[in-house]
Design a binder for this molecule. Structure first.
Ligand SMILES: Cc1cc2nc3c(=O)[nH]c(=O)nc-3n(C[C@H](O)[C@H](O)[C@H](O)COP(=O)(O)O)c2cc1C
Length: 159
């Protein structure tokens, strides 16, 4: 007997994550989507996955262009997370530069990972895009976290 999807959502929402904005360039236009369904898959080869809900504009841009960038947000980039959680967000006023294969890299992030789409796997109402990591860099800083439907910040470790 399958579980109630809303119950599942509430429970899995207690799996704390970082927050990213996944970006792509398609037909000369930048696309971006806030995502926390992001995971490292493999080191040899270097693979990462992102889950895109059916109908995501950014997911389409990623699949059509074949490239994407995962931008890891810092604690002070909540505004970017909110902006890119809107459908077909525009990049007006957002600082970014063209990375490898011209994928948009957001300025001021904790780090970023550029991927070539390796394969797309059906994942129910999402597409699981597995990318081969071709470049990555980190800048440091504190992460923006997401837990139980809201943003959190890291608290200093005890002891
Ligand atoms: C913290 C957070 C995490 C999210 N994670 C995902 C995700 O992993 N995959 C996804 O498809 N949508 C996710 N969303 C929702 C998308 O950001 C949202 O649906 C967005 O409007 C999609 O934009 P697009 O259609 O322009 O690509 C998340 C939203 C928030 C606020």
């Amino acid at each position: 007997m399958p579980v109630d999807p809303l119950d599942y959502r509430k429970v899995i929402g207690h799996f704390a994550t970082g927050v990213t904005v996944v970006t792509a360039l398609h037909a000369g236009e930048p696309y971006g989507m806030t995502a926390n369904a992001v995971a490292s898959v493999s080191l040899d080869p270097t693979l990462l996955l992102v889950c895109f809900m059916d109908g995501s504009e950014t997911g389409l841009a990623v699949k059509e262009s074949g490239w994407f960038c995962v931008n890891i947000l810092t604690a002070d980039q909540e505004d970017l997370s909110n902006r890119f959680a809107q459908r077909a967000s525009d990049f007006g006023g957002v600082e970014w530069y063209a990375g490898e294969m011209d994928v948009p890299v957001l300025a001021g992030g904790l780090g970023h990972v550029v991927c070539r789409v390796d394969r797309v796997v059906d994942g129910g109402d999402h597409d699981i895009v597995i990318g081969e990591v071709v470049a990555c860099a980190r800048n440091g800083g504190d992460p923006l976290l997401f837990f139980a439907g809201g943003y959190r910040r890291m608290s200093p470790a005890a002891g």
